[in-house]
Design a binder for this molecule. Structure first.
Ligand SMILES: [Zn+2]
Length: 470
């Protein structure tokens, strides 16, 4: 029987700022516990929050990029609940009047276009972190994260399945990386997702929602959501009701969490220590005007400007660093086929790319491609040069490195001569027939030379040399 899946996502993005949202403490991840705290973020009485303008700017940039309408006036609110990692007893967030409303994210995958409708984008502070030490039976509290700025992006509950949820997050992560507003490192918790999940018969009213918290890997999201959806369907098909519960996701499993209070119990009220946040139309316009080219626009432009196939363009815009790298190679080798540059980046560069740094500069690759096109370097030798540069980077230029490695075609010439002579001697009969005009034997002898060189010989040079020797 048919079931319709209804998923709403709340994505928490840690914004890239030096300091926290309401105090001057460092927002750096990974420092020794409780070294970045002050009376404000530790929730001591009498301390007052001061808003970090860079955090506002980053959140507003995210909103603008997602077409979420920046509100002229938004408000901070207190969300009251007690938890040991929340020293004030409330979290400062935005509730009734968020920073931005509406918006959408459009994602392309495998030739189809999916639109995700957004509800809102707002600013809030992160809580601290609890470290459970089961061995000693104690729980430790690290408040370094308390007060770190987050943007929360909320979708409408119209995500239609676990695969779509992964697609949305992948697309959102890519957009955030292009905007350079967050590290987007899911392992460090820079990007955390909560999901509301329910199932229903097509046309029926909404089913009972279950909440899934702490989703922090792309593959984990799809698996954990799948587990929850399956269990809801199995429960309903056995005639039992789905219970309103919260689950925690970890490594593709879901485990029930303690029952939390409902929204109404948070007793939201406007934060009295902060003025309403105002964004003037000029400010909103300047944020929109300074947006970089976003992944979808760049993908489309790569197809039209460089005549790439949609799948090449998809790979090459998967990250802003890769897209920038390809574009400078394509520009530097302009006049030659951009497909060729795309091929060198996709096939010979991406595999060598580890972490944030490109394995070599785009100008280095452009120069290597130039040498191959000018027949000064074989394709095989070019690959060796790129690999060498990626493994042990040096300040040498392409020409110096080629000379040091002895892989240039000049260095190959004597080796090539030996291969050709050996083949002509071994296949003297065929060589004589070729000399007598049996042209098709050229391909046969060429094949022998290529085999002798294990595919490293330049076919163009080999052909020339066979003709000369004959
Ligand atoms: Zn502080």
């Amino acid at each position: 029987m048919n079931w319709e899946i209804v998923i709403g996502l709340e994505v928490h993005v840690r914004l890239k700022t030096e300091s926290k949202l309401f105090c001057a403490c460092s927002a750096k991840f990974g420092d020794p516990a409780n070294t970045n705290i002050c009376p404000t973020c530790a929730g001591l009485p009498g301390s007052l929050p001061t808003l970090n303008s860079l955090a506002v700017q980053r959140a507003a940039t995210i909103a603008a990029a997602l077409g979420s309408a920046l509100q002229a006036r938004s408000e901070f609110a207190r969300k009251s609940y007690f938890y040991p990692d929340l020293p004030k007893g409330y979290q400062i967030t935005q509730y009734e009047h968020p920073l931005a409303v509406g918006g959408e994210l459009v994602v392309h995958e495998g030739g189809r276009e999916v639109r995700f409708v957004l509800q809102r984008v707002h600013l809030e502070e992160d809580a601290g972190k609890l470290i459970h030490n089961r061995k000693d039976g104690v729980t430790l509290i690290d408040l370094n994260r308390a007060g770190v700025p987050l943007a929360e992006i909320v979708t409408e509950p119209t995500v239609s399945g676990p695969g779509e949820a992964r697609l949305f997050l992948n697309g959102l992560k890519r957009t955030l990386q292009y905007l350079e507003v967050s590290d987007c490192n899911m392992e460090d918790g820079s990007l955390r997702v909560d999901a509301n999940v329910s199932v229903r018969r097509p046309g029926a009213g909404l089913g009972i929602k279950q909440e899934l918290k702490n989703l922090n890997s792309l593959s984990g999201i799809e698996t954990s959501l799948g587990v929850l959806v399956e269990s809801q369907i199995a429960t309903l098909e056995s005639g039992e009701p789905v219970l309103q519960r919260t689950f925690a996701a970890s490594d593709g499993y879901v485990t029930p969490m303690r029952q939390k209070e409902e929204g109404a119990d948070y007793r939201y009220f406007p934060e009295p220590d902060l003025l309403p946040l105002e964004v003037t139309p000029q400010r909103a316009r300047s944020i929109t005007d300074s947006l970089p080219e976003l992944p979808e626009a760049r993908r489309t432009r790569f197809v039209t400007e460089f005549a790439l196939t949609p799948s090449e363009a998809e790979v090459l815009t998967s990250g802003r660093d890769v897209a920038d790298f390809f574009e400078s190679v394509a520009v530097a080798t302009r006049g030659t086929d951009a497909h060729q540059a795309a091929g060198w980046v996709i096939n010979e560069t991406l595999a060598l790319w580890s972490g944030a740094e490109a394995p070599f500069s785009s100008s280095f690759l452009a120069e290597v491609i130039g040498l191959v096109n000018n027949k000064a370097l074989s394709r095989q030798a070019a690959k060796k040069v790129l690999l060498e540069m990626a493994r042990s980077p040096t300040s040498e230029g392409v020409a110096e490195l080629v000379a040091r490695m002895g892989v240039g075609l000049e260095a190959d010439a004597s080796q090539m001569e030996q291969w050709v002579e050996a083949v002509l001697a071994e296949y003297a009969d065929e060589a004589a027939r070729l000399r007598a005009g049996e042209g098709r034997l050229m391909d046969f002898l060429m094949g022998r030379v290529m085999a002798a060189s294990r595919g490293t010989a330049d076919p163009h040079v080999a052909r020339q040399l066979i003709s000369e020797k004959l």
